[in-house]
Write a protein that binds this ligand. Structure first.
Ligand SMILES: [Zn+2]
Length: 105
């Protein structure tokens, strides 16, 4: 896995192409592989039923997962779409941006 929760990604194809957002959650399934829930991206209106007094029903925005292959990681240091490489420092796995050579973690 090259990405983690809270990484910023850019969508590289589909309707949301070019948009960026933070990874809220990584979903893994046998059928689809890895899909990402991105903050504020790919929102789908969902009708929610009332569940008691403190959870009123209505229409809420829920992010639809985006497949990992449709996204590219954004390096927090150089702000570009990047690929990362892994390295080991003092036994710990770290991620390094291939573009700016900065440690991402
Ligand atoms: Zn970078």
């Amino acid at each position: 896995m090259n990405i983690k929760k809270n990484d910023v990604i850019e969508v590289i194809c589909g309707e949301e192409k070019g948009k960026r957002g933070k990874i809220l959650k990584i979903l893994k399934s046998k059928e689809y592989g890895y899909r990402l829930l991105i903050d504020g991206l790919n929102l789908a209106k969902k009708h929610q039923r009332t569940r008691g007094a403190d959870k009123p029903g209505g229409i809420i925005d829920l992010p639809n997962p985006v497949h990992i292959s449709n996204t590219a990681l954004i390096c927090p240091k150089c702000g570009k779409r990047t690929k990362i490489r892994h390295d080991k420092v003092e036994g710990r796995r770290i991620r390094i941006c291939r573009l700016c050579e900065e440690v991402i973690d």
